[in-house]
Design a binder for this molecule. Structure first.
Ligand SMILES: [Cu+2]
Length: 115
């Protein structure tokens, strides 16, 4: 019995771990901490969105991003940590941007206004 159930549980856990379905940013960060410790830290994801807020002091940008299939994320508005403050130079609220997220904590490592 046990031998049969254990693989099933393992499979179910893997499915849960890979399907991160964020509802709110805080909740998502929580889930990421718990669920994605096995995910590649170097994983890079490209995405697009509209700038909704910039916090230079906190080095954060709030983006209304399009769905990100690679992460199983629906379209949503959320704040991202920015890898370097210089990335925020020349970026304004309302700009359409292309950006790149890296690692389990989804830090913005590249950010460009849509040309
Ligand atoms: Cu999001």
């Amino acid at each position: 019995m046990n031998k049969l159930i254990r693989p099933l549980l393992t499979a179910a856990t893997l499915v849960l771990a890979t399907q991160t379905l964020p509802v709110m940013a805080a909740e998502m960060q929580d889930m990421d901490m718990k669920a994605s410790s096995q995910q590649s830290q170097a994983e890079t994801v490209q995405a697009s969105g509209v700038v909704k807020g910039i916090d230079l002091q906190a080095q954060k940008i709030t983006l209304a991003h399009s769905p990100i299939k690679a992460l199983n994320w629906p379209a949503m508005k959320m704040a991202f940590k920015v890898a370097e403050p210089t990335l925020l130079e020349g970026i304004n609220v309302g700009d359409k941007v292309q950006f790149e997220l890296q690692g389990a904590d989804h830090v913005v490592t590249a950010l460009e206004t849509d040309a």
